[in-house]
Write a protein that binds this ligand. Structure first.
Ligand code: PLP
Length: 457
């Protein structure tokens, strides 16, 4: 399709064009995502049960499969204005270098100091905590992007922020830690002796470098045992996808402004929040039968939840204290090999995306780490941006698809999500540059062993 208007290198929307409401994709799904279950009773989690852990307004959003639009409160819009609307970039240099007839666009979410899209939900979650009159929030962080985003949001609102950071990352990523501390967060290496569960783990496994599952358990314990605190989570949950819909809505507004219709939308998938947000309005059109798009989730071959997982109820955490979610999962006891895309090392997937994938409305691909970094390097050298390893999964598949167009001569329009920058991932780039990068792909037997331990309902 030829475009009538000349398309700028970067499409920046006006502040006034920023979405005024988040879009709840669940409202348009015929097959709703399955409800979270209480692991004790096997019954759907009630608002009361969830309210002990999460803020009240966020519980409402979590359980609401019907309200199509949630107005974005003015205070959140004011914060968004500091770094949004984010640019939708036409990757002219990349197209040129690839010699492809495809038109490639990326929505860049790395335009803020926290370095990723996670800030879109961090500010919303912190805002509702503040509005409820809470003193603070607790969370875990692995690679550190979520902890950084939340610290920034809490600093803005004057909210206390307690972050349990997986010990190995705490030690290996001191700069992330210092950014969080600069924003005023209290950062604790996990497991710690500050919690019951932490002390228990330390006694059982002295010298352990921790895990995300363990850090979640510590953060939840602190939230439920300290009055005035609630726990917040940066991905996977329905509420997080709702907030991240701002990415897709902006993308759609920018594309519509220049009469561009994408053929294909690509995003990396860890817990599914950026992809769920990016595709939301497009998937909505697809569900309502108004348009069709090819939608591709990209995951690491070392943690292939969609492509090799099972669609079943499972725990969201390794500690098995969180509710059960019906999702594509490798089993909560699955420990992915050390992979540099820390944000994609989750054993499960958003229940919304899991249902859409199950219903054949989107595809998924798994890619190996070295080919991901090859794409990252290529992108950095052509488009200039140093991409996060997670985002580079989407770049890999966007390049692959653009190369296919080169073979077939098709002028497809490809949109992908560039979720963040890689300044804190230079150890990963170092191992790629040194030629020492490896990728461990789990065997069928390993996946079968953790899937065999799925909870029996
Ligand atoms: C956390 C993160 C991801 C993956 O999380 P989703 O919830 O799947 O979006 C992707 N990219 C970056 C830069 C991240 O920080």
């Amino acid at each position: 399709m030829e475009n009538k208007k000349e398309i700028p290198y970067k499409i920046y929307l006006e502040e006034s064009e920023m979405p005024k409401a988040w879009y709840n994709l669940r409202a348009d799904m015929k097959n709703k995502p399955a409800p979270l279950l209480n692991p004790g009773t096997g019954q759907p989690m009630t608002a009361e049960e969830l309210g002990g852990v999460f803020c009240d307004e966020l519980v409402k959003q979590e359980l609401d499969n019907d309200t199509k639009f949630y107005p974005i409160p003015q205070e959140i819009r004011d914060f968004y204005k500091m770094y949004r609307p984010s640019p939708l970039v036409r990757a002219y240099c990349l197209e040129e270098k690839l010699q492809t007839p495809a038109k490639i666009y990326y929505k860049f979410e790395g335009n803020n100091t926290s370095g990723s899209h996670k800030l879109n939900s961090a500010i919303a979650q912190a805002y509702y905590a503040k509005k409820q009159g809470l003193k603070g929030v607790t969370t875990e962080t692995g690679a550190g992007q979520w902890g950084t985003a939340l610290s920034m949001a809490c600093a803005y609102l004057g909210l206390d922020c307690k972050v349990f950071m997986v010990k190995v990352s705490y030690e290996q990523k001191p700069f992330r830690r210092e950014v969080m501390r600069t924003y005023g967060a209290d950062v604790t290496p996990s497991p710690s002796d500050k919690t019951e569960v932490g002390r228990k783990i330390l006694a059982e496994f002295p010298g352990t470098t921790g895990s995300l599952g363990c850090a979640i358990s510590e953060a939840v314990e602190v939230a439920v045992t300290n009055p005035g605190y609630r726990y917040v989570l940066g991905s996977v949950l329905n509420q997080v996808l709702l907030h991240q819909s701002v990415i897709g809505l902006e993308t759609k507004i920018a594309l519509d402004k220049y009469d561009i219709k994408p053929d294909m939308i690509i995003g990396c998938a860890g817990g599914g929040s950026n992809l769920g947000g990016l595709i939301a309005p497009f998937m909505g059109e697809k569900l309502r039968g108004e348009a069709d798009y090819q939608i591709i989730a990209v995951e690491p071959a070392s943690c292939p939840s969609f492509t090799r997982g099972t669609f079943a109820y499972d725990f969201c955490d390794t500690g098995m204290i969180c509710p059960l979610a019906k999702m594509y999962t490798l089993g909560s006891s699955f420990i992915p090999s050390a992979n540099h895309a820390g944000g994609l090392r989750f054993h499960g997937m958003s229940t919304v995306l899991s249902q859409l994938y199950h219903d054949g409305l989107m595809e998924a691909r798994a890619v190996e780490q070295s080919s991901v970094f090859e794409a990252a390097e290529y992108f950095a050298r052509t488009e200039g941006i140093l991409p996060a390893p997670e985002s580079s999964h989407a770049i890999r598949v966007a390049i692959d698809e653009a190369l296919k167009c080169k073979e077939t001569g098709e002028e497809k329009t490809i949109v992908f999500g560039l979720t963040g920058t890689g300044y804190f991932d230079l150890k990963a780039y170092e191992s790629y540059n040194d030629g020492t990068m490896t990728d461990y792909i789990p065997t069928d037997a390993e996946i079968a062993a953790s899937v065999a331990k799925l909870p029996k309902l």
